[in-house]
Design a protein around this ligand. Structure first.
Ligand code: LLP
Length: 436
């Protein structure tokens, strides 16, 4: 997929760059991002909105993968940016990302984070709860700063892969629920606040969703609310933010729609509802994370030890694992992979790919068909671009990998590999001599 192909030597190439050369130059594990694919996805989202002639913002949910270069690329692509912490906001500021296109999310933004966001002059805060609403109101009033906000609602639509369940009873830490009337109280408070400008509402129903049904249900719920607000408070939202969650294909059995199709479906429903109820067409915002960067990322590992248990299984261990990809251990997520240095060789064996962390659960892929492989080989695991590096950690004091962007035959390092010195950078020596 993307710009991946196999060259004459039988090596996997991404963005016109030989991945074996990348592994030699930058070491392994290594995250390689196909920049052309990220561009393509961003354009597909944006074109879908343009084709329907609807005002929009596509905000990159930066939790999927954030670093300064990624934020600069997002800026170049005309994306807005969804941040969920002071750390992501700080990275955006340092990257020179235009603050008016930054949206701030989170169910427990600290006062320091809210102040930072207001002072940075970000475009919009997605307010999650009453505490935040009153504190943000105070912070803005003190500074006489008017802030655009959305209110996050829990639409009572829970979306899972391949399915959705409509939960009559919301049980989520995020947002204002619809059942108790809280959402109406929040709208009234926000709408009447002198320094908060309530633009509209936000809903995010889940992640790695393949079907459009959940999004349609969320839109329907929103319009029920909108009618109520119109009557009760004479407030009509001008922005509907429908969140992210568009699924990607990790393994052959995954069946996402082309990203534009989700957008077109949402727009159709919003248009129909707005026409039905005689409302002006609102702006539509979305927040894709995974679908912008997920399949653009590939992780290269060096293969190390091989354990053969007769009649049971062959384990091949790689030089990373749950330290750079928590998803298999956390969510039983599945991946596919090939030997980057022998991508054309026939898969005659079945190997289970183990990480190097001291946990039996540190398995990256079970039962992967591969050629006969050993410690001279490089394994490429696909679709690791979202929530891979972002959730990487130093478990077992394993340094985080490096990250490179590739495009048009060139590679750019965007995050350096951690060194052992980095691991102890914040450590302080034992202050007192231990008395025996
Ligand atoms: N907007 C909101 C409010 C969200 O909470 C999320 C993801 C997104 C947008 C982006 O969703 P996406 O388009 O990436 O599905 N670590 C998990 C995924 C957690 C998603 C959290 N929220 C994983 O690796 O599957």
């Amino acid at each position: 997929h993307g710009t991946s192909q196999i060259n004459k030597q039988g090596h996997l190439e991404i963005g016109g760059v030989n991945t074996v050369d990348l592994a030699n130059k930058y070491g392994t594990p290594l995250f390689v991002y196909d920049v052309a694919l990220i561009r393509e996805r961003a354009i597909q989202f944006q074109e879908a909105f343009k084709s329907e002639n609807v005002p929009f913002q596509v905000a990159y949910a930066s939790k999927a993968f954030s670093c300064m270069a990624m934020f600069q690329l997002a800026d170049e692509l005309g994306l807005s940016l969804d941040v969920v912490s002071g750390g992501e906001l700080y990275t955006a500021i340092e990257a020179g990302f235009p603050m008016e296109r930054v949206h701030f999310h989170g169910n427990n933004k600290s006062l320091a984070e809210l102040e930072m966001a207001v002072e940075a002059g970000i475009g919009c805060i997605v307010v999650d709860n009453f505490y935040e609403l009153s504190e943000l109101s105070r912070i803005c009033k003190e500074r006489e700063h008017t802030m655009d906000i959305l209110l996050r609602i829990t639409p009572g639509v829970e979306a899972h892969t391949h399915e959705y369940i409509s939960t009559g009873q919301e049980d989520s830490k995020f947002g204002f629920d619809l059942i108790s009337g809280q959402v109406h109280e929040a709208v009234q408070l926000a709408h009447n606040d002198a320094f908060l400008k309530l633009l509209g509402v936000h809903s995010h129903i889940g992640s790695q969703i393949f079907e459009t049904t959940g999004f349609v249900m969320a839109v329907e719920k929103m319009f029920e609310l909108i009618m109520e607000w119109k009557e009760r408070f004479h407030f009509t939202p001008t922005v509907l933010n429908l969140g992210g969650g568009f699924g990607i294909r990790y393994i052959e059995g995954d069946t996402p729609l082309p990203v534009g199709d989700y957008v077109i479906k949402m727009i159709e429903v919003v248009k129909a509802k707005a026409a039905d109820l005689n409302l002006e067409m609102p702006e539509i915002w979305i927040e894709p994370g995974r679908s912008l960067v997920g399949d653009a990322g590939t992780t290269l590992y060096s293969i190390g030890s091989h354990k053969h248990i007769p009649n049971v299984r062959d384990y091949l261990s790689v030089d990373g694992g749950m330290s750079d990809n928590l998803r298999p251990a956390l969510y039983q997520a599945e991946y596919e992979g090939v030997l980057a240095n022998r991508a054309n060789d026939e898969a005659t064996e079945t190997f289970s790919i183990a990480g190097k962390c001291c946990e039996s659960g540190d398995m990256l892929i079970w039962d992967l068909p591969l050629p006969k492989a050993n410690h001279e080989d490089i394994l490429a695991v696909f679709c690791t671009g979202a929530y891979g590096y972002a959730m990487a950690n130093n478990y077992n004091r394993i340094p985080r990998p490096a990250v490179v962007f590739v495009e048009d035959g060139e590679a750019f390092e965007v995050i350096k590999r951690e060194r052992y010195e980095d691991l102890i950078r914040l450590d302080l020596p034992l202050a007192k001599k231990v008395v025996k």
